[in-house]
Design a protein around this ligand. Structure first.
Ligand code: GLN
Length: 295
């Protein structure tokens, strides 16, 4: 006689991680743990200290539904409504791009640069395309004197960013404005000028979106991904507008796609308004950001 499986935390995790692995779902064990700890409202560590515990039928049912959605390639972050970036927790919804470890390079670079610029007592920073707010909020948290203006064209994204800024206790220093890139600033009575402009704009060439993994192409907002035909549309607009909004010797720092840093550097050089652009690599050695200061 076959023994009946008891669906304890331990057996649920094992079954689910095998199931995910069999369907080529990324990080099968981690995904199973994140989904189950979400349903049980506990930490991943607590799963391990309660391996024998048997969740109730309603919890198991809820977990099954999430497992099914994950199997259909919904990102874990959207299923559990949160993600981690720069050692902080961020609420996310399908209205915003999920914060990526890649973007930590931009945040680290900005923090290092602002700390070196000793003349910037109260750094004024502009973040174009705030999304979840991950960049602005991480900067506000680590640069306690900084005042940040962050814009986004999407109202729903701004609502997510606002909730995250409030939760991180930095909403008083992160001013959120609705508008397409610089548009919101144009409406202000006095034109603001910034020491630093940062952005992680949409940069996937339109024709390449269909080839992305289903987690991205079918679930993340197209608005946050689509960089136009060449992928460079937003860089053109950001570079063109930056001189009007930067203080003298202010810096522009943008994240780029893995093969775009040279093109973005060329754009900056061609404008004639910036110093020699610098390309910043991430920990894996990939070109990740481009920065230049206003001449
Ligand atoms: N600034 C946000 C992030 O880095 C959003 C970026 C985007 O939507 N392209 O996650």
């Amino acid at each position: 006689m076959q023994s009946k499986t008891i669906w304890s935390i331990g057996t649920l995790l094992q079954w689910t991680s095998d199931f995910f692995a069999g369907h080529q779902i990324d990080e099968p064990r981690l995904s199973a743990e994140l989904l189950l700890s979400h349903v049980l409202n506990c930490s991943r560590m607590e799963l391990y200290t309660h391996f024998e515990k048997v969740p109730g039928p309603a919890e198991i049912q809820k977990f099954r539904e999430l497992v099914k959605k994950r199997r259909e390639h919904t990102p874990v972050a959207y299923l559990i409504g949160k993600n981690w970036f720069f050692s902080m927790e961020f609420a996310v919804s399908p209205d915003v791009l999920i914060p990526r470890p890649d973007t930590e390079t931009l945040v680290e670079t900005a923090i290092r640069f602002v700390r070196l610029a000793t003349t910037w007592e109260k750094p004024e920073i502009l973040d174009l395309g705030v999304g979840s707010g991950c960049i602005s909020i991480a900067l506000a948290k680590h640069l306690v004197e900084a005042q940040i203006v962050a814009t986004d064209i999407s109202d729903t994204a701004l609502a997510v960013a606002e909730a995250n800024a409030r939760n991180a206790g930095v909403l008083d220093r992160v001013r959120l404005e609705r508008g397409d890139l610089y548009e919101a600033l144009g409406r202000m009575l006095v034109r603001p000028r910034f020491h630093l402009i940062v952005s992680n704009p949409p940069y996937i060439p339109t024709g390449r979106i269909a080839a992305l993994m289903p987690e991205v192409k079918d679930h993340e907002p197209r608005l946050a991904l689509d960089g136009g035909e060449t992928g460079l549309t937003f860089y053109h607009r950001i570079v063109a507008g930056a001189p009007e909004y930067l203080l003298p010797t202010g810096m522009l720092l943008v994240e780029t796609g893995f093969d775009q840093a040279a093109s973005v550097s060329a754009l900056l050089s061609a404008s004639g308004k910036f110093s020699e652009p610098r390309i910043i690599r991430d920990a894996a050695g990939h070109q990740r950001c481009v920065m230049a200061t206003l001449l």
